[in-house]
Design a protein around this ligand. Sequence first.
Ligand code: MN
Length: 308
Amino acid sequence: MPQIVLNLPPSRLNELKTYYYKQLKTPPAHAYFAAKTPACTITAYKSGKVLFQGKSPESEANRWGSTEAVKKEKTKSSVQHAYHPKESLFTSSHIGSDEAGTGDYFGPITVAAAYVRSDQIAELKAIGVKDSKHLTDPQITMLAKKIVEMKIPYSLLRLNNEKYNQWQRKGWSQGKMKALLHHQALDRLLEKMAPEKPEGILIDQFAQPNVYQKHIRSEGFSLQENVYFMTKAESYSIAVAVASIIARSAFVKAMNNLEADIGLPVPKGASSKVDQAAASILRAYGEDKLEQIAKVHFANTQKAKKLM
Ligand code: MN
């Protein structure tokens, strides 16, 4: 039911009470007076707070004060909260999406989206699916296998570093890259699942929803239906936890392959150990190699060059 709240000087309350004297009704506890008009119910409090509730509260509220400020405030707060999921989403049949590899100098960014039906949540919890940050790499690999065996529908994207470095030089932020990858992963999964539709889509939040939308709009896309954002979503949603496991396991696999390929250590993260490894790779293969396997704008590149 639409409602408007005005905060008037308490001295004006009698003016209102007189105006509505024919429509006065028994006020609720603690209220100064209440009235009912065809447009709405009016409840006034001694503090000066007046509540207009009903079909068209603005038609009465506008007589007494500007409702513009009130409306503006409402719009703003609805933008901030509109994308936060309701608790019920977590137990519904929904899609979750998450990424891995964004803070790692070597290796691809991987983004996964997964669809979990409500009747699969218990089994996934039982096999140990949870926030991948609380799992070791071997556990993640084992769980990813089980998830695939359960035939959970998912989509997985890997952004190789040649592309990453191109995009980065074009001026794209990692936020923009991630937004586009999440959007595409979701599109692919929705296509795969069709005609079945999820009750909602939950993105593990890495940017404010309006920033995410700005990024995808700049490339001509718009938000799918029923998309929600929240931080630490993998601790609340099994679908996001599944997506985080799939993304992380793909990242781990890519790192293992990379190490096998070049025959040198390829550590995760972006520590000084990574600088050392990058220096060894520079010595053995030259700068072109880093372009293929690393996010070269990270400070690790310059540090590795100094180590040579
Ligand atoms: Mn995440």
